[in-house]
Write a protein that binds this ligand. Structure first.
Ligand code: ASP
Length: 296
């Protein structure tokens, strides 16, 4: 079974993945590893930069006993002009048990999944989806809150280019949360309702900040020092208008002093950013269990 988008998951599949994520989270904290995927091989195929996603998939696989092979894309035949489809056919012939792909083209994970015999996990396709990030964000919130029912989530920043926002905007409402998207007008999708960052953050229980994705922008938008933070970023002043027990999230990598004041990111109580990373391993273990169908 592939894991390509939030829409491809049923409510009960989502519930199972999130439930197993909490289970693996406790296991990891207790220092337990598992062997269910011993002898299996996961391929990592990352055409875009990654720290958290790449490392957490590898760690998740190892914690389940699998081996990981990562294609060093910069040194691969991709640089000689090999197409994504030919690369997929080549990797398929090596018979991996799971393939995790990140690529800058929307729909690339689906295209590769049509070629691969093994399950494919979408680790981010262009500006389209990053389903495992949304799952780990939901698992992080459930860890803190139990239920997401009625929880007000403001997702703020570069919504136009954010696959994280897109996947979360699909997943979190299915779990009962109320999601508001807000950002600079230049960085909002054309069809999105126009809410200001100030309005979205006021009264929010959760504020999820997003990076300005300069690699997808032609302009120098957001480059003037201090200006973005002042106009659209998460400052102490804006955060003071949120709910008293507000929680702060960011998928990383952060641009400190741009979309988020670094002091807020480092707050031990209100910032969930490190917890998100810890939960990413547990959630990706649950995703590997889901796509392989091999249960621990
Ligand atoms: N790491 C996330 C992604 O790959 C968010 C970001 O890059 O800003 O989509």
């Amino acid at each position: 079974m592939d894991l390509l988008s939030i829409d491809s998951l049923s409510d009960s599949q989502i519930a199972t993945i999130l439930d197993r994520a909490q289970h693996f989270f406790a296991d990891n904290r207790a220092g337990r590893s598992r062997k269910a995927l011993a002898g299996r091989i996961l391929f990592n195929l990352f055409y875009e930069n990654s720290t958290r996603t790449l490392m957490s998939f590898a760690t998740a696989a190892h914690r389940l006993g699998a081996s990981v092979v990562t294609l060093p894309v910069e040194q691969s035949s991709v640089k000689k002009g090999e197409t994504l489809a030919d690369t997929a056919r080549t990797l398929n012939a090596m018979r991996p048990d799971v393939l995790v792909i990140r690529n800058r083209e929307n729909g690339s994970a689906e295209a590769v999944a049509a070629i691969m015999d093994a399950p494919v996990i979408n680790a981010g396709d262009g500006t389209n989806e990053h389903p495992t990030q949304a799952l780990l964000d939901a698992a992080t919130l459930q860890q803190r809150l139990g239920s997401l029912d009625g929880v007000k989530v403001a997702i703020c920043g570069d919504i136009r280019h954010s696959r994280v926002a897109r996947s979360n905007a699909k997943l979190l409402p299915r779990l009962g949360a109320e999601v508001q998207l807000a950002g600079p007008p230049e960085l909002m999708p054309n069809d999105a309702p126009t809410t200001t960052v100030d309005d979205a953050i006021a009264g929010a229980d959760v504020v999820m900040m997003l990076r300005v994705q300069r690699e997808r922008l032609d302009s120098d938008f957001g480059d003037a020092p201090g200006e973005y933070l002042e106009l659209y970023g998460l400052t102490a002043k804006r955060l003071a208008s949120a709910a008293p027990e507000v929680m702060v999230m960011h998928p990383g990598p952060m641009n400190r002093g741009v979309e988020i004041d670094g002091t807020i990111a480092d707050e031990p109580q209100r910032s969930l950013i490190t917890l998100q990373v810890e939960m990413s391993v547990a959630t990706r273990m649950a995703c590997l269990e889901f796509v392989t169908g091999i249960k621990n």
